[in-house]
Design a protein around this ligand. Structure first.
Ligand SMILES: *Cc1c(COP(=O)(O)O)cnc(C)c1O
Length: 385
């Protein structure tokens, strides 16, 4: 049996056509019609029910989108930026690129995303300790879960702190019918190989106005001023998505709905069929408005009840050619961030110690799920004999 991977890219079939077009028209140079087309597709997709206009800039990665978002918000040396602790390091690293300091806020157990109460505690305490407000808030939709974005927006608006949503894992997730990535001032998308849709590598920044989008494009193309020669008044970056990669993105947009439906289907099967003592399949206990994309299906293993740990299970599944992975290790526990202020309630650390991601991508078939379920069942039975 071939190895079952956590989340492999899946091509719908039309991607080659868009790439071929780029070659045929000699638009292999960085920008071109596929970039415009892909941005347009994303604007249509995210604009639905956003309640405001949407302007999307296609970029080289989700990480570069976060970086440019912070630049647009004026984050600089000496500033503090609040970031969810339970996430991938790419959510926080660009704060440091800007010479600013991340302030980590823990999650709440019901949704695994930023705890709004703790967020407000952190804001108040930073103001008391430093005399100024944090410059931005980065909530993350972990594993595609919309979390408590309405409450986070209410707090952010009350303190007048802009929100940069890290929706890298949440393509297609909705809250109250509105797409994740359209709630804050800026929204970040990733099209890395393992995300909901891919351009092999890429990302995008969702902006509130045409003017903002223009400014993002300016920074993403080396900050060239409109002169007949190369004139620079700002530090720029080479962060645009290439026209070839954008062609893959246009093809992926044609199958985005199918991908999301497949991820939700697999999660539904785990929920229904994984009935083992000590194992719970995570379904966020958020408001009914919340509609996750279930990018990755996750489980918690209670070692006292199950008789084994999530690492035991992960190692066993590996011997059966099944890739699974421990949950993200929280940023406040990372050696590189040991000196960053953190507001912690123990949730992310507990989840990190007990949780596992199971194969969830569009390349995971129903037969694969049958096999995975059987291996987990066998392991549990044998381990407890
Ligand atoms: C993947 C990811 C990113 C970074 O996106 P890249 O395209 O890989 O740079 C940022 N935040 C989260 C939560 C992610 O999962």
């Amino acid at each position: 049996m071939n190895k079952i991977w956590l989340c492999l890219a899946h091509m719908g079939g039309q991607e080659q056509k868009f790439i071929q077009e780029a070659f045929d028209t000699n638009w292999v140079v960085p920008l071109g019609p596929n970039v415009d087309g892909f941005e347009h597709d994303l604007e249509e997709w995210f604009g639905k029910n956003a309640g405001h206009s949407i302007h999307v800039v296609a970029l080289a990665s989700g990480t570069s989108a976060i970086h440019l978002g912070l630049i647009m918000l004026g984050v600089e040396k000496g500033d503090e930026v609040i970031c969810q602790s339970f996430t991938f390091s790419a959510s926080a690293n660009p704060i440091v690129y800007q010479g600013a300091t991340p302030v980590f806020v823990d999650s709440e157990p019901g949704t695994w995303d930023m705890d709004p109460t703790l967020l407000e505690t952190a804001i108040k305490d930073r103001i008391a300790k430093t005399g100024k407000k944090p410059k931005a808030i980065i909530p993350v939709y972990l594993y595609g879960n919309p979390g408590r974005i309405a409450e986070i927006m209410e707090i952010a608006n009350r303190y007048e702190i802009p929100v940069l949503e890290d929706a890298a894992e949440a393509f297609g997730s909705e809250y109250n019918g509105q797409k994740c990535g359209t709630f804050g001032k800026y929204g970040v998308l990733s099209f890395n190989g393992n995300k909901m849709i891919t351009t092999s590598g890429g990302g995008a920044l969702i902006c509130p106005t045409e003017e903002d989008a223009k400014r993002v494009k300016f920074y993403a193309t080396q900050a060239r001023e409109p002169f007949p020669y190369y004139q620079h008044e700002k530090i720029g970056y080479n962060y645009r998505l290439s026209n070839v990669c954008a062609g893959i993105g246009r093809g992926q947009m044609l199958v985005a709905d199918e991908h999301i439906a497949h991820h939700r289907h697999i999660h539904g099967r785990y929920v229904k069929e994984l009935n083992i003592k000590g194992i719970t399949v995570f379904t966020p206990n958020a408001d009914k408005e919340s509609n996750p994309n279930y990018w990755l299906s996750t489980i918690l293993v209670n070692p006292k009840e199950a008789g084994f740990t999530c690492s035991d299970l992960m190692n066993y599944l590996a011997t059966k050619n099944i890739e699974s992975r421990l949950l993200w290790k929280p940023m406040h526990l990372q050696p590189v961030y040991q000196n960053a202020p953190a507001y912690v309630n123990g949730t992310a650390e507990k989840l990190f110690n007990q949780g596992l991601c199971l194969p969830s991508g569009p390349m995971v078939s129903d037969k694969n799920v049958d096999y995975i379920l059987k291996q987990i069942q066998d392991f549990s039975t044998n381990f407890n004999q």
